[in-house]
Design a protein around this ligand. Structure first.
Ligand code: GDP
Ligand code: IMO
Ligand code: MG
Length: 424
């Protein structure tokens, strides 16, 4: 069998967690392939709300196997918190959650270094989630990282060596810190990790595929935050694109099946960095209020703006998206008209190709479509869609050249409409 990939096409928070949960009944295994606790994936069902950071979003559906893949960076302290919160609400994970030995560990000093580097950058800071993501991936690439598998052999020694190196760096930056409480919770977290099955996930996943098991690879962040193709340097430190599923799980490109690309009917971003269609007016505030656009991990207000089809088309190209999923269209239910950016004007010249870098000289070119002005949150089928909404979908599909297979009209699992008319 093949591995289907589900990922965000914008700047994260597209609603990946919700859709992974919805699609999970169709798969045997759900595997996170990159990122770490910088992610916050929100799921809502039966009146309950859960936010997952490192644990895959398939954890709530029956006895499916969930894997934290080799491309992920795991923070023991936050992992322990996440596990305990789920156990408290009655979810036993031990038999269903496996962790790759090759996943890298976020050490307490990685988080301190993240904060120190941001402080050093001053007004040009990235606006990271402060979870130590950049420094952990830096250590991975510079061949200094510690992996989950290291817990099993001489861990204290390897840990001390890594910490000593980090402390040197922190000292050079005159960064004040108190390591002792962080270390205490780190080692408690290591004990929590040891309660789970540590696996060679590369072998495991490929063997399961050979016996016809189905796998859904869950992405974190979004394509515009990808280390290679995002709005560099205002990006995260991993490959969030579909190719990241190959390196983050150990599956060959020939084993990739469907690529589900998720986007919001508008656009949001947290942290610093370019955002050509950002709105600073009451329309942007309306999106933020109705869409509850506040970070699920940091609580930071998310920047809001119109959908950017130039960036979206670029993301679809890089990811090889085969099916689109549109989220949060209900947030626009009351809007009289809706804008979509179809080109950028750069120094007076119009282009529909995503440029090397988005700078302040990029002016979005919009087209305006009539809003549907109908409450869609209780709709059950595409047959109920208003005419203007269908026209919006057709316009997007014609521009993006990929079908929109699912429309999400609210945060709950049930508020999800599959478009069967797209099955031909
Ligand atoms: P993720 O990181 O991509 O999983 O997305 P987040 O969970 O960070 O952010 C998406 C937010 O939108 C969450 O609060 C979801 O509960 C919510 N959400 C998801 N789909 C919809 C939808 O169709 N409509 C509305 N109004 N909210 C949604
Ligand atoms: P999910 O999976 C939105 C952003 C941060 C910052 C940049 C780098 O929930 O969609 P990092 O801590 O990764 O070094 O921060 O990336 N960022 C996200 N934005 N959703 C996310 O994850 C994000 N993860 C990181 O705000 O701008
Ligand atoms: Mg999120």
């Amino acid at each position: 069998m093949k591995v289907d990939v589900l990922l965000g096409l914008q700047w994260g928070d597209e609603g990946k967690g919700k859709i992974v949960d919805v699609l999970t009944p169709g798969y045997d295994i759900i595997a996170r392939f990159q990122g770490g606790p910088n992610a916050g994936h929100t799921l809502e069902f039966q009146g309950q709300k859960y936010v997952l950071r490192s644990i895959p979003s398939g954890i709530f559906q029956g006895d499916k196997i969930n894997i934290i893949g080799n491309g992920v960076v795991l923070d023991p302290t936050l992992f322990k918190e996440e596990v305990e919160a789920l156990e408290k609400s009655g979810h036993d994970l031990t038999k269903r959650l496996y962790i790759s030995r090759k996943a890298h560990l976020i050490l307490p000093t990685h988080r301190l270094l993240d904060a120190a580097y941001e402080a050093q950058k001053g007004s040009s800071k990235i606006g990271t989630t402060g979870k130590g993501i950049g420094p952990t991936y830096t250590d991975k690439v510079s061949r200094n990282g510690l992996r989950i598998g290291d817990i099993e052999y001489n861990f204290e020694e390897k840990y001390k060596k890594a910490i000593a190196r980090h402390e040197q760096l922190l000292k050079q930056m005159n960064y004040d810190y108190d390591l002792a409480p962080l270390e205490k919770s780190f080692f408690e977290g290591i004990k929590t990790i040891q309660r789970f099955k540590l696996i060679d996930s590369d072998h495991f996943i490929n063997k399961e595929l050979n016996i016809k098991k189905t796998v859904l690879a869950e992405g974190a962040q979004g394509t515009m935050l990808d280390i290679d193709f995002g709005s560099y340097p205002y990006v995260t430190s991993s490959n969030t694109i579909s190719a990241g599923a190959c390196t983050g799980l150990g599956v060959a490109p020939s084993k990739i099946g469907e690529v589900y690309g998720i986007f919001k009917a508008y656009c949001t971003r947290v942290g610093s960095g370019p955002f050509p269609t950002e709105l600073f007016d009451e329309t942007g505030q309306k999106m933020r209020d109705i869409g509850r656009e506040y970070g699920s991990v940091t609580g930071r207000p998310r920047r809001c703006g119109w959908i950017d089809l130039v960036a979206l088309r670029y993301a679809i190209m890089i990811d090889g998206v085969t099916q689109l999923i549109m989220m949060k269209s209900d947030v626009l239910d009351s809007f009289e008209s809706i804008k979509a950016c179809v080109a950028y004007k750069i120094d007076g010249v119009e282009t529909a190709d995503f440029p090397f870098e988005i700078e302040d000289n990029v002016e979005p070119v919009y087209i305006e479509l009539p809003g549907w002005q109908t409450d869609m949150t209780k709709m059950q089928s595409e047959n109920e869609f208003p005419e203007e909404f269908n026209a919006y979908l057709s316009f997007l599909e014609e521009f993006l050249l990929v079908n929109i297979k699912i429309v999400s009209v609210g945060p709950d699992r049930e508020q999800t409409i599959i478009r069967y008319s797209e099955e031909n």
